[in-house]
Design a protein. Structure first.
Lengths: 696, 539, 299
């Protein structure tokens, strides 16, 4: 990196939105510089204003928002003073944007090649044939195999990962001065995400492009960026080199953020996840003093005044009155423990298995075309879940990890009966469960409950919290009036919500609070098994920790078993006693979370672990990258389903024969592969070594 | 700031919409047909043979035929002269064919195809001499045979034509010469000449099989093109037997379903003549520049009748009550706006000056007496009736006015307005209990008696059957003694006032409006018999 | 992400959930916050008032003919003049309001009732029941409303109850579709599935879980259908189908007055303007309802 001119210069930028007739500041007094060749990570949760900032820089704010104060300068040129035509010139040649959702940014009615060529022709004056050629070259540059074919395809015909590559190709086609990326990998699978990040890293390596990378994912920032700015409630509270920030965070918010995110390899028995108390203030609720004061564990009276910028060293700054004490180590900015986090000892359970899945199959027939109907070909099947056998011991948590399309959600729905299984059996307490929900009696329902992914849709918006919680008590347990009232209050207390919430409507609660109510509802009937389907994926990072802790506590109180489904391996491994990894409807590995991160790994787990960006800039991560795309569940590969992409592909045997279950005697891991554990242990190394130091 | 613009724009849009809506409604809903600017086609003067002197046709010097007259009329259904009935159907036929004799506005029979005639003393034998040089449109000459054939067809009981009962009195028809026809009657008929001039009695060529499509008449105009539902286009018959007629080069009868639309077309210059319109439409044309209006009294009327052959009409007190509950003067003012004449429940109107008994009139309106009668008849709690009416002319208004008037006597009327084609179609109008029917003007009142009120009458919608009436009608229709006839009619009027089944609140006026580019237009009481042979372009 | 501005920011003034009464007054207040919907709502309320109290307010009867007063222009005795038969136009317009609103209103309400139930069941159950119902409704929807009305009235014969049946047949399919589409999107939501997992009965799920989410779209659609129904009833009156004189149906009044427009133009303008104002008013109100009930910030 050659430190040269400042490409992007934001000075005291304040952006406001019009909401119900009032102008409210979404971004307040933000100043930052990005130099040529530098990658700047802008970190913030939802509601922090990071997307607003990115859009404002691009000039894409739209009717509801406007820049109230400050300047945006691109290589010295004032962007705010430009009219639309001039802006368009700038967009084409000087700034490029890679958005979060490629699907909505690509024109669905134009072929890929045409879209890329369009930019080239308009901004760089290529003629038609040249532009098409250049487009194909660009596609090759972003490692799209068969670039000619893709150039002739429509956006809906290619996968999400490929679409994003196309967006990147288009962005870089103009050799911009500044590249702005807004959460480009959020909607992608972990393995795909890794590949895209590699690509971005490679492409910016040899250019002088200034890069602004906006995200909430601390791991990605750690791996990709040179400098990091932390945005909270519209204000930039800290800025530093990546190294400095991760190893010596100064601002209490940064600290809290880092503490609340589970890291790979950390298990609940060993460390405590600490959530940041409170929640991000809404636009109209922002205080005038330090914006973080309400949630800060070390706030003092002085914090009523907005802290100025302090420079502990030349390269970093922080907005905190107490930075010196923090820097010097005199005070600890750890968030208080909300409750004693019970230390689960991970032992083998002596009680029996409370939930048993035996060769569970869920197949969906595809609609047959007229052709196929006439020819009487058998219906093609989508094999969402293909012979899964797994058990959950009483009082324990089983984590189920997989990417999208792996079948993990289908398993959860099949267990519960929302989706009828087509084969195999599900036994609850040695009692077989009917495939469909409507065939199960109330007694059964009482023992098996579920928490859903989207907290915003988890509660009936027209019922109060109290009414929502009362229903299971009345329907499943048969309580009435008075008794139910008492129970409702107890439930609220158990999820750490005030009793007054019983009279509120869901709209008056935050996302995290809604999920708590959903959890309370699920525990109302004291179920033996609780299925949690991605319960924290939709929540802010700082809130996730509290939910995970809550689940953990409640499980202990009720002695329930939990099936915890997620795509986030870090979260799962923190909470679960055992982890199962699923790919294309097949379980690939089952291991205790403590030993999940030690070899031997099943090849798929190996790839998965390699793909996850570690929240540690110094971590060395072995990079195993998967080629190609996940096959469609309608066309599951024969033999081992992973053989099409496996980096440890043996040969014909992987195609012809279904692999056996291997058990590693040392760690107790069971996995699905032709390679025996001893061999794997020899060829595999530890995926990563982290250097995480707890507390400062 | 932007919000204010949005408001202004919205208000503007609202206003524009409102104004547009108003304009559209005011201009009338029915689409006006494409304006046909009929080009003036001056014709070459023809070498016409000078016809022999006929009794009535004047010798006109040859003149160039010019002008196309466009007439707005209701759509026609029947084209076979034997089946026509509506104004427009008769109008068309009247110009494609000819009658043997015509009737002038003073109700005197005048020659048309028959140039002269003689009657025997006993009134049973009529001999007609036909005009010379008359040809059909296909070129063949008119002979007595054609007349014989035509009337034999009209009176053939097997064919059950509307006229079969009318001509049942004819014993025999003979072609007693090349151009001479002799009719022999069974009993004398003082109105025979009028009967011969019945709307249907147009002369067809003998042996015509497709009388509804071939339009092969002797009339002043030839059919050029018939477009059903749209118009019928006619051009002057160069070989017409009356020299100098027609003066027009062409005639177009354009069909309109909607009276308002036809009047609008007249205003807009798309048609030249309108003869069928509601009273208020006629009033609105009074001061219109470029349009000449005329109205003449007629013998036509609207009648309201209750079937007297079954409940509730079979109790004469009920009909009496209805009559007592009706205020004919109010009806006349409201519905006819003073045009025409007030009715007295008989089909013999003031135009029949010699027959009309002006001193006889129905009793004055008495609602209480009506109530009394009804309760005696067993309807003390009220009588429910459905009043069917076609949707043309003043009839819907008449229905509504009667509903209001009769309500005071405890009669609950539910009005049912039907399209004309539905009301008259399939003879439904003869079946309903309570209905309003319009009757066109006839030159003599006997027609109504014979066709509407006599026991066996074909169109006896009220199913009236009274022997005394039948006798009187028979007598009036056959005697050759005029005084006897007057007396008989007088008694008939009294009878009908006392116990007749019909309410006739008014007699129509016939309206006509014509563009001032034309002259020579003479309105007839039965609009369909209006004659355009002498209409010319205004000089 | 707030659904509807009805429930405002998290820190609400009262911690208790608003009851239906308060929701209603809140909706009303929000309707009046913007001029367009304020105008619309006022118009609707005004006409409802006229409809309810018409018989008391109208100085003359609907078919009361005073022939000495026929064809008079507007005056103090006759606010909107008299028509060709001497009937007071103002009274007829006022009484016509209750006619039209009663028929259109009850027709819409019944259609809403049927449509909601059918839409709920069809959407929730799915399967062949859903397919059959929807295909049948599709075929009904393919026919223009007026055409369908004329056809049905021709078969059934003109009468008030026929017109009502026509309204129900014409509008039930649309309502059912709207309800069904909302049901389809709601039934996959977490809280509905949670209810199923708790063993709630079918009627509870349909009426307490799903139906409230349907209400906003349903209300807006009902208001819209109401305006169409008014227009349809007036159109039928204008065509002279199904409505017989001397009914003060505005459409019929317009038809009757056309012939006499040169003599009594007020007899035509008054009902025509009444139709326009009412239909526009209901539409504006429906727009306002859409804004109030269905605005989502996530678009």
């Amino acid at each position: 990196m050659i430190k040269s001119d400042i490409i992007l210069h934001l000075i005291n930028l304040t952006i406001a939105y019009l909401q119900a007739g009032r102008w409210l500041d979404a971004v307040r007094d933000v100043s930052l510089d990005i130099r040529a060749g530098e990658t700047y990570g802008l970190v913030g949760e939802s509601g922090s204003g990071k997307t607003t900032l990115a859009l404002a820089i691009m000039g894409y704010l739209g009717g509801g928002g406007s820049v109230k104060l400050g300047e945006i300068k691109l290589d010295g040129q004032d962007l705010l003073a430009l009219n639309e035509n001039e802006l368009r010139e700038v967009w084409g040649s000087h700034i490029a944007f890679v958005p979060q959702n490629p699907q909505s940014s690509l024109n669905p009615s134009l072929r890929i090649g045409e879209q890329i060529a369009e930019t080239l022709r308009y901004h760089q004056g290529f003629d038609k044939t040249d532009a098409h050629q250049k487009a194909i070259q660009l596609l090759e540059k972003v490692h799209i195999a068969d670039a000619g074919l893709v150039a002739n395809s429509y956006p809906h015909q290619i996968s999400g990962g490929m679409q994003q590559r196309v967006m990147i190709a288009m962005a870089l086609s103009t050799e911009p001065m500044l590249l702005v990326l807004d959460e480009p990998t959020t909607n992608l699978d972990v393995t795909t995400q890794a590949v895209i990040l590699d690509l971005v890293r490679e492409l910016i390596q040899n250019r002088q492009t200034a890069v602004l990378y906006v995200t909430h994912n601390l791991g990605v920032v750690a791996q990709l960026c040179d400098r990091v700015g932390v945005l909270y409630a519209g204000e930039l509270v800290e800025e530093a080199n990546t190294d400095d920030l991760y190893h010596k965070p100064l601002h209490p918010y940064t600290r809290g953020l880092l503490d609340s995110v589970p890291r790979l390899g950390e298990v609940k028995g060993e460390i405590n996840l600490r959530a940041i108390q409170g929640q991000i203030p809404a636009l109209d609720e922002r205080a005038s003093g330090c914006v973080f004061q309400a949630r800060c564990p070390v706030g003092v009276e002085q914090c009523g005044q907005r802290p100025p910028i302090f420079h502990p060293t030349e390269n970093r700054w922080v907005r905190c009155h107490r930075w010196e004490e923090i820097y010097g180590g005199q005070i600890s900015v750890q968030q208080p423990e909300l409750q004693d986090v019970a230390q689960h000892l991970v032992e083998d359970s002596e009680q029996g298995d409370v939930l048993k899945l035996e060769r569970l199959e869920v197949y969906f027939p595809l609609h047959r075309s007229l052709n196929e109907l006439v020819r009487r070909s058998p219906a093609r099947l989508v094999r969402a879940v293909d012979g899964v056998s797994v058990n959950i011991p009483a009082g324990r948590t089983l984590g189920l990890v997989g990417e999208s399309g792996s079948g993990k959600t289908t398993i959860s729905r099949a267990i519960v009966g929302l989706v009828p299984r087509t084969g195999g059996s599900v036994q609850l307490l040695d009692f077989p469960l009917a495939p469909e929900l409507k065939d199960r009696d109330l007694e059964t329902l009482r023992h098996l409950q579920m928490v859903f992914q989207n907290p915003e849709e988890a509660l009936n918006p027209y019922l109060t919290i109290g009414e929502t919680l009362r229903r299971p008590l009345v329907t499943l347990l048969g309580y009435s009036g008075q008794v139910a009232e008492v129970k409702v209050r107890q439930l609220l207390e158990a999820v750490r919500l005030p009793a007054s919430y019983a009279n509120r409507l869901p709209d008056q609660l935050s996302g995290g609070e809604k999920q708590r109510v959903a959890i309370a509802r699920a525990f109302a009937s004291n179920p033996d098994v609780l299925i949690c389907d991605e319960p924290v994926s939709a929540l802010d990072v700082s809130v996730q920790a509290s939910i995970l802790n809550l689940l953990s506590d409640l499980q202990m109180d009720h002695d329930s078993s939990i099936l915890f489904i997620s795509h986030n391996l870090a979260v799962v491994s923190y909470l679960a006693d055992q982890v199962a990894v699923i790919y294309l409807g097949h379980i690939m590995e089952v291991a205790r979370s403590k030993v999940l991160f030690e070899p031997p790994y099943s090849p798929y787990t190996e790839a998965l672990l390699s793909a996850i960006p570690v929240t540690d800039p110094h971590a060395e991560q072995r990079l195993v990258r998967l080629e190609g795309e996940i096959p469609s569940p309608a066309d599951v590969p024969s033999g081992c389903p992973f053989h099409t992409r496996c980096p440890r592909y043996l040969g014909e045997i992987c195609v012809d024969k279904e692999p056996p279950w291997q058990t590693d005697p040392e760690t107790g891991k069971r996995y699905y592969c032709h390679i025996p554990p001893e061999d794997l242990r020899q060829i595999q190394e530890h995926i990563f070594r982290t250097d995480r130091t707890l507390n400062v | 700031m932007r919000n204010k613009h949005k408001i202004h724009r919205r208000v503007l849009v609202l206003v524009i919409l409102l104004v547009t809506a108003l304009i559209l409604i005011a201009c009338g809903g029915a689409a006006t047909p494409e304006p046909t600017q009929a080009p003036l086609e001056p014709e070459q003067t023809e070498e016409a043979q000078i016809p022999e002197e006929t009794a009535a046709a004047p010798i006109e010097p040859e003149n160039t035929r010019e002008g196309v007259l466009r007439v707005a009329m209701q759509p026609i259904v029947q084209t076979d002269p034997a089946f026509i009935s509506s104004d427009s159907e008769v109008l068309v036929a009247n110009h494609v064919y000819d009658y043997l004799v015509d009737v002038d506005p003073d109700s005197i029979a005048i020659p048309r195809l028959a140039s002269e005639w003689t009657t025997s003393d006993d009134g049973k034998i009529y001999v007609f001499n036909l005009a010379e040089g008359v040809t059909f449109h296909d070129g063949s000459p008119l002979t007595a045979e054609d007349v014989v054939w035509t009337f034999n067809r009209l009176r053939d009981p097997a064919l059950e034509l509307p006229t079969s009962s009318l001509y049942s009195n004819i014993l025999d028809i003979q072609a007693t010469g090349d151009l001479e026809v002799t009719f022999t009657l069974e009993t004398p008929n003082p109105f025979f000449l009028y009967d011969l001039s019945d709307n249907h009695a147009l002369i067809l060529k003998a042996g015509t099989e497709d009388a509804d499509t071939n339009f092969n008449g002797t009339g002043p105009f030839k059919v050029v093109e018939y477009l059903p539902e749209d118009r019928i286009v006619l051009e002057a018959n160069e070989a017409y037997f009356v020299k100098g007629q027609p003066s027009l080069a062409g005639l177009e009868i354009i069909f309109f379903n909607d009276e308002t639309a036809s009047v609008d077309a007249l205003r807009g210059g798309q048609v030249d003549v309108v003869m069928r319109m509601a009273t208020s439409l006629f009033s609105s044309l009074q001061d219109e520049p470029g349009i000449i209006t005329s109205d003449i009294p007629t013998n036509g009327f609207d009648l309201v009748r209750l079937r007297s052959d079954r409940e509730p009409g079979n109790d004469p007190r009920v009909i009496q009550a209805l009559k007592l509950a009706t205020d004919r003067d109010a009806v006349f003012e409201l519905v006819q706006q003073g045009y025409g004449a007030v009715g007295n429940d008989t089909p013999i109107g003031p135009l029949y000056s010699q027959y009309y008994a002006s001193d006889l009139e129905p009793p004055a309106r008495d609602v209480d007496a009506a109530r009394q009668l009804l309760s005696e008849a067993g309807y003390a709690d009220g009588l429910d009736l459905v009043l069917h009416t076609p949707d043309t002319g003043g009839r819907p208004d008449l229905a509504v006015v009667l509903k209001d008037q009769w309500a005071e006597a405890g009669v609950n009327v539910e009005v049912s307005v039907e399209p004309e084609s539905v009301y008259y179609g399939d003879d439904g109008w003869l079946e309903v209990d309570l209905g309003i029917t319009g009757w066109g003007s006839r030159p003599y009142p006997q027609f109504y008696l014979d066709v509407m009120l006599v026991c066996e009458a074909k169109w006896n919608e009220s199913h009236f059957c009274d022997t005394e009436f039948d006798e009187l009608a028979m007598m009036a229709g056959t005697t050759l003694n005029e005084d006897e006839r007057v007396e008989a009619y007088r008694q008939i009027q009294q009878l009908l006032i006392d116990r007749g089944p019909v309410i006739i609140p008014y007699y129509f006026a016939q309206f006509g409006a014509i563009s001032d580019q034309f002259e020579g237009f003479e309105l007839k009481a039965f609009a369909g018999r209006t004659d355009f042979r002498e209409v010319t372009l205004a000089q | 992400m707030t659904s509807g501005t009805l429930f405002s920011s998290r820190k609400s003034e009262s911690s208790a959930a608003p009851g239906w009464g308060r929701r209603f007054s809140l909706t009303l207040r929000q309707l009046y916050s913007k001029p367009a919907s304020a105008v619309g709502s006022t118009i609707v309320i005004l006409f409802l008032f006229l409809a309810l109290f018409g018989p008391i307010l109208a100085p003359y009867g609907a078919n009361e003919q005073i022939f000495s007063d026929a064809r008079r222009p507007p005056s103090s005795a006759h606010l909107l003049g008299t028509d060709n038969l001497g009937r007071d136009v103002f009274s007829r317009v006022v009484l016509g309001a209750s006619e039209i609103l009663l028929i259109a209103g009850s027709g819409t309400l019944i259609a809403v009732l049927f449509g909601t139930i059918i839409g709920l069941i069809s959407g929730y159950k799915g399967g062949w029941l859903d397919e059959t119902l929807m295909r049948f409704f599709d075929s009904l929807l393919a026919l223009p409303a007026l055409l369908l009305a004329l056809l049905l009235l021709g078969i059934m014969g003109p009468s008030k109850s026929s017109v009502l049946i026509v309204l129900v047949l014409v509008y039930t399919p649309i309502i059912a579709r709207v309800v069904r589409s909302v049901v389809l999107s709601v039934k996959t939501k977490g809280f509905v599935e949670a209810s199923r997992l708790q063993g709630e009965s079918l009627s509870w799920i349909m009426f307490r879980e799903i139906l409230p989410s349907v209400m906003p779209a349903l209300t807006v659609e009902a208001a819209l259908r109401f305006s169409y129904a008014i227009f349809l009833v007036a159109s039928l009156g204008f065509l002279g189908v199904g409505i017989q004189p001397p009914s003060p149906n505005w459409g019929l009044m317009v038809k009757e007055a056309r012939v006499h427009i040169s003599q009594t133009p007020w007899a035509l303008y008054a009902p025509a303007i009444a139709i326009s104002i009412l239909v526009i008013g209901v539409n504006l109100m429906a727009d306002g309802l859409k804004r109030v009930l269905q605005s989502t910030s996530s678009d």
